[in-house]
Design a protein around this ligand. Structure first.
Ligand code: ZN
Length: 648
């Protein structure tokens, strides 16, 4: 029997004001959303065109022209609206809300009479709906529209968008399923499943979760739906790389319940694992939950970068083999990390296990942050751990690696995904049921909510990760009996809790320190140490053999050329090197910087035209300066390196 699942508090119940995250979250309503709005309208000079809103206008019959852009470009509008919704929930902005209402009305006008929404299949491939599920992304786009509408409904209470997507969802539930008059297919890119479950959460309408379950249950049975679909004469091929289709790519090579490792396209996979976790909870399906646990373990113990990124192959943006984690040619899509964060939060809330949040935190603090510039208007899609700009060449195997963040992309899923993640950050800080509050992330905020039927205020004060001390002020109306569970991070040493200045004994359950008592007006002080450390990878990670990474708390550090020198891999560091930490108030609005003494192979005794010779390397002493990976490439572009050579 599964436990009751924990939930997040509504965003409107809390106010985040955190010196670390403010750099991003405060940027979203002022810079990120307006910038992305310009992009969706193709008003940003020299940026890859999106055609996003133009397509909706053509579909609504308000503009003449040809539908352009990637097949799933409607989903970027949806993710932008979802980000707007979360932003409005915490930061009212009538102007932005008016813009969003206008976009929603436009989507409504572009909706077909039977509820269908998709500009590609309404305009470019009219009359050819649902015949190219392998590549068409119709259900993926539908899922993002549904997620956006649910978020907008929660934020504003307005029903227009919600009604639009319910009509679309009703159509999907009618079209897909096991009945003879239904299509027995499922999405080429998962996303609709988790969205339909969100819609069920709000409406209680069984058809939505049943169709989500159908999509998960049908997936991967033989004969393979996609292989058969592609052989039909009316099939529309959209992407050239799909011509040699391997069902592993879309996690459809075997039934979902037989999958025990993360395979295939990383974003597709993580979105599907989210829905599997949701369904495992709702249907009390222990077998499905076990699959989720096995897949999670496979990812985080064998297939995840130290920065929390996943999907090590640029070819097909996919998982490969255990321990195959190349540092410079990897894909590590920002969206895949976001998918991992979404999956981890669900698993933590089902299993009440803090270890999931060790990964969620690592991913948010490193790869998600690196996905966006400190100015908020440049983005990474691919997140390598080692960059040499000279070899990031077009028409080579490195062409996917961009040494600087981009204004936009021809296929642009990541920037709007980052925006919706930053505006929904509050969903990760706490989890709760009626009698328990779990503190997952150490982000300064005020929360006003109800626990155990009582009015409760929680005020979390911290400058984490500058320091590792937190205080939690608990104020209740009257005396209230409930438990507070504080995550003990995997990197924490000497974890102490004091209440009212006196040390407090606590029990530990699945990585949370638990305090159960009657609360009224207490201050909990939490302290722990998180010294910078040199960390090794499992020796089976060939790419990191005899290398170390500098890690402090949730942050992974990297070297940048601008602080160090060219040819960063020529440096090597002793395992016993002393890591000096200092806080630089001026750099990136304040950050910890780590320096250490090291050595470097010199090229002084080499001529430029010598490529190989039998010569003992000349060594020089250097001081290395490392900054948090999430901040890389916010100054002069150049080389970057996470894993450093060591001297054994
Ligand atoms: Zn993406």
């Amino acid at each position: 029997m599964l436990n009751k699942r924990l939930h997040s508090f509504p965003l409107k119940a809390m106010k985040i004001d955190d010196c670390y995250w403010n750099k991003y979250t405060k940027l979203v309503p002022d810079v990120v959303l307006p910038y992305q709005w310009k992009i969706l309208n193709d008003q940003e000079k020299d940026a890859a065109p999106s055609y996003c809103l133009q397509n909706f206008k053509i579909a609504a019959g308000e503009l003449k022209g040809e539908r352009k852009g990637v097949v799933f470009s409607d989903s970027d509008v949806a993710k932008w609206l979802e980000a707007v919704a979360y932003s409005l929930e915490t930061t009212p902005n009538p102007e932005l809300e008016k813009t969003a209402d206008a976009v929603i009305a436009l989507i409504g006008r572009a909706q077909c009479d039977d509820g269908y929404i998709n500009t590609y299949f309404t305009l470019k491939e009219h009359g050819k709906r649902w015949i190219s599920l392998t590549e068409g992304h119709e259900l993926y786009t539908a899922g993002h529209l549904i997620e956006a509408a649910v978020a907008y409904y929660h934020a504003t209470g307005k029903e227009a968008f919600f009604k639009i997507v319910c009509r679309f969802a009703d159509l999907i539930c009618k079209v897909f399923g096991t009945e003879e008059n239904q299509i027995h297919g499922y999405p080429g890119h998962q996303e609709i499943e988790l969205a339909l479950i969100k819609l069920y959460d709000v409406t209680g309408k069984k058809e939505y979760i049943e169709t989500a379950k159908y999509f998960i249950d049908a997936r991967g049975h033989q004969p393979n739906y996609f292989v058969e679909e592609m052989q039909r004469p009316n099939y529309i091929q959209i992407f050239p790389e799909f011509s040699n289709y391997n069902p592993v790519y879309s996690q459809s090579d075997k039934p979902v319940r037989e999958q025990t490792a993360a395979e295939g396209h990383a974003v597709r996979g993580t979105y599907m694992y989210c829905a599997m976790a949701d369904l495992a909870f709702y249907y009390e399906d222990e077998k499905l939950l076990k699959c989720c646990e096995k897949i999670w373990d496979n990812i985080v113990h064998k297939r995840m970068y130290i920065t929390g990124s996943i999907g090590s192959s640029a070819h097909l943006e996919r998982f490969t083999a255990d321990y195959d984690l190349p540092n410079s040619s990897n894909y590590s899509e920002t969206c895949a990390s976001i998918g991992l964060v979404l999956f981890g939060k669900r698993m933590a809330q089902i299993n009440r296990d803090a270890s999931y949040f060790d990964v969620v935190e690592r991913t948010l603090y490193n790869t998600v942050r690196s996905g966006i510039s400190l100015e908020g208007n440049r983005y990474f899609y691919v997140n390598p751990l080692e960059v040499w700009p000279d070899n990031c060449l077009a028409d080579t195997a490195m062409q996917h690696v961009k040494p600087v963040r981009q204004k936009w992309f021809d296929i642009a899923c990541c920037p709007t995904n980052v925006a919706r993640t930053l505006t929904s950050l509050g969903q990760y800080i706490y989890s709760s049921d009626d009698e328990n509050v779990y503190i997952n992330l150490f982000i300064q905020n005020d929360l006003h909510t109800e626990i155990a039927g009582n009015d409760v205020m929680l005020k979390l004060v911290t400058d984490f990760p500058k320091s590792s001390s937190l205080s939690l002020q608990v104020t209740t109306k009257g005396v209230s009996d409930f438990s507070i569970h504080i995550r003990i991070p995997d990197y924490a040493e000497n974890f102490h809790i004091a209440i009212g200045g006196k040390p407090e004994a606590y029990s530990v359950n699945k990585g949370y320190a638990c305090i159960k008592r009657c609360w009224h007006d207490e201050q909990i002080d939490i302290t722990f140490d998180m010294p910078a450390k040199l960390v090794s990878a499992n020796p089976n990670v060939r790419a990191d053999s005899n290398k170390v990474a500098i890690v402090r708390g949730p942050e992974i550090f990297c070297l940048e050329e601008t602080d160090n020198f060219k040819n960063l891999p020529s440096a090597f560091i002793s395992r016993s090197a002393k890591l000096e930490e200092h806080y630089d108030e001026t750099l990136f609005g304040g950050t910890t910087v780590i320096t250490c003494r090291a050595k470097k192979i010199s090229d002084e005794n080499w001529n430029n035209d010598e490529l190989y010779k039998a010569a003992k390397p000349m060594i020089e002493e250097v001081t290395l300066t490392a900054i948090p990976y999430g901040y890389w490439c916010n100054r002069t572009p150049g080389e970057m390196l996470v894993w450093l050579n060591t001297i054994l």
